[in-house]
Write a protein of this length. Structure first.
Length: 384
């Protein structure tokens, strides 16, 4: 990858494409971030533009140009475009931004369609060689809990990794799905794994390595009016021999937790609701912990109190994840380095979700490399 052409101006101008719930979230984060300024809002819905403009005003920001399409916006060339439209439109709008000369950040997931994601990954690689910065939101990779675990794994402190678990046990009401015609559809949204569970799936893949085979089952017993799944379970074998399990549901009233667990022969860790609840890295020799209290929780030694499960809540905690990733994006844009989350990384996480859907549809295990390479691109997801 070529170095990114540094942006010489601070704050960095950002045009937000898509002014729904997540677009307004980006507006709040960017308005409060000292290294960015919202320079434009794009949405074909005048009501959405008005609502996002109100968010900017409430945050003390000046009014900005608005328009129905990105082509309506001034000064996109050389600036940053944040794509926050429905998931099935992500790569289409990101491509339009690249065509206009912008750097791009895409809200998760990369897309709902793996073939579209693959095509965009090729386009993004060419743009990166032309010194363009393209990133995809995976904000929980920047959480202090996730960073502490990744550092421990990379340093070998957990020994060989043998297993991982990614669980999202949430609730989404019928009213939630009715709030947008695109929600709960294969074409624009995906189900519990792709929409709600994608962050825990991404973290597990990031921490465990490269999947080899994937087996899964997906259903919509809780919300049978959906065309997508509201509950799925899967397991994957990784190239290092580890076994990972995935569980995701949007039908667990009233909504419980997210949980990521990583276990090795020398240490283990648990993240619950983005906070570290358990961390233990052995000193190199394991002992019989069934007979001795030799595995104290070391979580408080590796993250501050506000990032411990049950600890005090940090101010504006809901904004903090995106803020940390925008810190990374700002550094990439001003120093010329690659971003912490690349399109290729996001494409691999999308491929793992797609493998879960394909395995459930076909009723058999599938090879991750085959999914990644496009062998199953023609398979239309279906629920049993």
């Amino acid at each position: 990858m070529s170095e990114v052409t540094p942006i010489p101006v601070t704050p960095i101008p950002v045009t937000i494409v898509g002014c729904g719930v997540i677009g307004k979230h980006h507006a709040r984060v960017l308005t409060r971030h000292p290294r960015f300024v919202v320079a434009g809002l794009v949405d074909p819905d005048p009501g959405a533009l008005a609502a996002a403009t109100e968010v900017l005003s409430a945050e003390g920001a000046s009014a900005v140009p608005t328009g129905a399409t990105l082509a309506d916006m001034p000064a996109v060339d050389g600036g940053l475009v944040a794509v926050a439209t429905p998931s099935g439109l992500h790569t289409e709008h990101a491509t339009a931004a690249l065509d206009l000369g912008a750097h791009v950040v895409i809200e998760k997931p990369l897309d709902v369609d793996l073939a579209a994601g693959r095509t965009f990954a090729e386009r993004a690689a060419a743009a990166a060689r032309d010194a363009r910065m393209i990133s995809v939101i995976s904000q929980h990779r920047f959480d202090p809990a996730s960073v502490a675990i990744k550092k421990a794994i990379d340093a070998g402190r957990f020994g060989p990794i043998v297993s991982g678990q990614a669980a999202t046990t949430w609730w989404r009401s019928p009213e939630y799905y009715a709030s947008g015609g695109w929600r709960g559809t294969w074409a624009m949204d995906g189900g519990a794994v792709l929409n709600q569970g994608v962050h825990t799936v991404d973290l597990m893949r990031w921490l465990l390595g490269v999947p080899i085979t994937v087996s899964a089952v997906a259903r919509h017993h809780g919300h049978p009016f959906l065309e997508v799944e509201d509950t799925a379970a899967a397991w994957a074998e990784f190239d290092n021999g580890a076994i990972g399990t995935v569980f995701a549901t949007s039908a667990a009233y009233p909504g419980l937790t997210t949980r990521v667990t990583v276990a090795g022969t020398g240490g283990s860790a648990i993240v619950e609701n983005d906070r570290l609840s358990y961390f233990h890295a052995g000193a190199g020799a394991s002992v019989d912990t069934t007979r001795t209290d030799a595995s104290p929780n070391q979580a408080s030694e590796v993250v501050p109190p506000e990032h411990l499960a049950g600890g005090p809540s940090a101010p504006d905690a809901f904004l903090a994840g995106h803020t940390r990733q925008y810190d990374d994006i700002a550094d990439a844009l001003t120093t010329g380095r690659a971003p912490g989350v690349t399109v290729e990384e996001a494409f691999r996480s999308l491929a793992l979700v797609r493998a879960i859907y394909i395995s459930s549809t076909l009723g058999k295990p599938v090879g991750f490399a085959d999914v990644l390479g496009g062998e199953y691109d023609s398979v239309v997801p279906a629920l049993g």
